[in-house]
Write a protein that binds this ligand. Structure first.
Ligand SMILES: Nc1ncnc2c1ncn2[C@@H]1O[C@H](COP(=O)(O)OP(=O)(O)OP(=O)(O)O)[C@@H](O)[C@H]1O
Length: 580
């Protein structure tokens, strides 16, 4: 939590000015009942119109100055709240980007989104309210009591009793409702999680006709939220009537107690009105304080949730060496695995066990295996998305741990399983690997990825807009664009992780031919469950349950590796498998 305090740096002025001006406003407010009393006791009593006018003007001035103070406080409090919120959001976003995959896997994307949006908004509102009210409300309570004391110490006694009763009511109600409001926050999290999961997977939900089930699930969480909210709301709904009842009772007692004083001339009628006004001021201040405490508590729990994310530290330590393409040119093996084993966090079983192979520079490596056999995990280790538990992954003859992330990943063009594009244009998406890549380079990559033809048909060609997640392109088009993106700038290593699954057979074949002809310097990993995709690779790695059960060419493996043979025969006839 302490780490969040540093975000007030740069807003010291606002943090002081906002409460100060709110206090000034409260000071002016405290004089109002006193002036009103004087108008009644002096002006009206002696029918002194001039006096009434003067005091009336004083009231207006008090009101205007109070308003100016209030607006100033509002401005500075909002500035501090928004400023702290913006800086916090920026740093949290940056911090999340530095986290390794393991930390991201553990936390979950939805939670991270809620924390960077909802939680920071709550903190922002909390700061704004706190700066405006944390001094004003107690100041008004104490100030109004002192003012009342000056008018009549005897009547102030009843005033204090009513105050204690109101304070007690607020404390009891808050003690009961606060934990419920915390629960409300938790259920709200679940509603957000459910909604975001459901909407991001809307097409799948519809395709599987799961609308009703998803609706039921949502309704369940939503009902829990509603019931908890209602429970808390019912009790907190008592807050206002109960406190007003005590305040009004106090006013009645003050009136009765003051009556005798007025009769014997110890107290003016206006002073009695001033006392009741102070009572109302105190009541409002206490109610505001109760709301403030609720908002600040919420802000604290949000701050704790944000701090939790800041506390997540990447386990991986970034290396310092800058790997360059020259390093690759010198080494015979572009990528090598040396007895690599890896287990995902919290998993009992290793995803990869004792994997060793060498990918020669300029060669094509096919990676094949059933679902969950470890293919994606293997290529993720080349990019160092995770650190291996045993052994080492070498790129350009050097352990990937020694390189800076940026220089390592700049050498690799990755086409992930899920074709992800970003809002912008085709050109801006194509320039992700190589900022400022020329149109010529982009068209060459599009041609290789079999995407040139359909991009040429677009009205704006490279300037064609890409909507969020590339929704205005078909699945196959998106895949081809992500393949092209990986080839822009000719990286020495390209990884295609099952990224041609949405392509028809002819396009897939043309793509493989294009990759083969592309560059003799590019080492390409083709991850697939399709034999047709990997069969012409220079070396095929066969994975089964995290084990490397075969490596060699298609022909070698077909005759020596039982699992590869089974995969081939499940997709091709024996003749097809034997003829290239
Ligand atoms: N982020 C993760 N956290 C925990 N376990 C994981 C994670 N990703 C994958 N696994 C597990 O690791 C194993 C290998 O998964 P991987 O994604 O590498 O398989 P794959 O061969 O690429 O499968 P597919 O062809 O279906 O994509 C699987 O058992 C999977 O459940």
């Amino acid at each position: 939590m302490k780490t969040l305090l540093k975000y007030f740096k740069g807003f010291e002025k606002e943090t002081i000015i906002a409460p100060l001006f709110k206090m000034l406003e409260a000071c002016f407010e405290l004089f109002v009942p006193l002036v009103t009393a004087r108008i009644i006791d002096i002006g009206i009593k002696s029918s002194d119109r001039r006096y009434i006018l003067h005091q009336g003007i004083l009231l207006v001035i008090l009101g205007i100055v109070g308003l100016i103070c209030s607006l100033t406080a509002q401005y500075f409090a909002a500035k501090a709240g928004m400023g702290v919120g913006a800086n916090l959001r920026r740093d949290l976003y940056h911090h999340i980007n530095t986290l390794d995959y393991e930390a991201l896997d553990r936390t979950g994307t939805s939670t991270l989104i809620t924390r960077i949006t909802g939680d920071i908004n709550t903190i922002q509102t909390g700061i704004n309210l706190f700066l405006r009210l944390f001094m004003r409300a107690p100041f008004l309570v104490v100030g109004a009591t002192i003012m009342a004391f000056f008018i009549s110490p005897k009547v102030t006694m009843f005033f204090v009793i009513a105050l204690a009763l109101i304070g007690m009511t607020i404390t009891i109600v808050m003690k009961w409702t606060m934990p419920r409001y915390k629960k409300v926050q938790e259920f709200l999290d679940q509603v957000v999680l459910h909604t975001s999961e459901n909407y991001s997977g809307a097409r799948v939900v519809r395709a599987f006709a799961r609308e009703e089930d998803e609706y039921q699930e949502f309704a369940k969480v939503n009902d829990q939220l509603f019931l908890t909210q209602r429970k808390a709301g019912r009790v907190s709904g008592l807050l206002n009537p109960l406190t007003y009842a005590f305040a009004n009772l106090g006013i009645v007692v003050i009136m009765i107690a003051s009556a005798d004083e007025v009769n014997i001339g110890g107290l003016g009628q206006g002073e009695v009105i001033a006392l009741t006004n102070y009572m109302t001021q105190v009541l409002l201040a206490l109610l505001i304080m109760a709301n403030l405490i609720i908002s600040v508590t919420r802000a604290f729990s949000s701050a704790a949730r944000v701090s939790e994310v800041f506390a997540l530290k990447p386990k991986m330590v970034e290396g310092e060496r800058a790997v360059s393409e020259a390093v690759m040119e010198k080494s015979e093996a572009a990528v090598a695995f040396d007895h690599v084993s890896f287990t995902y966090h919290g998993q009992a079983k290793a995803a990869l066990q004792d994997i060793s192979f060498q990918a020669k520079r300029g060669s094509t490596i096919g990676v094949i295996g059933g679902t969950g056999s470890g293919k994606t995990t293997l290529v993720n280790l080349i990019e160092r998305f995770y650190d291996v538990d045993c052994g080492q992954v070498l790129v350009g003859n050097t352990n990937v741990k020694e390189y800076t992330y940026h220089s390592l990943r700049a050498l690799i063009g990755l086409v992930p399983q899920k074709a992800v594009l970003f809002t912008g244009t085709i050109r801006s998406n194509m320039q992700w690997r190589k900022p400022g890549a020329s149109d010529e380079e982009i068209w060459a990559a599009l041609k290789l990825a079999q995407a040139k033809e359909f991009v040429e048909k677009k009205t704006n060609q490279l300037a064609e807009r890409v909507q969020a997640e590339g929704k205005n392109f078909s699945g196959g088009q998106r895949q081809r664009l992500t393949i092209a993106r990986a080839f822009v700038g000719n990286p020495p290593v390209v990884i295609l992780d099952d990224s041609a699954s949405a392509l028809d057979f002819a396009t897939d074949k043309a793509l493989r031919q294009g990759i083969k002809n592309h560059s003799h310097e590019t080492t390409t990993f083709l991850v697939s469950q399709r034999v047709s995709t990997v069969r012409s690779a220079d070396q095929i790695l066969v994975l089964d349950n995290g084990l490397l059960v075969g490596k060699g060419t298609h022909e070698e493996l077909f005759s020596t590796c039982q699992i590869y043979r089974e995969i081939c025969l499940s997709q091709l006839s024996k003749e097809e498998a034997l003829t290239s």
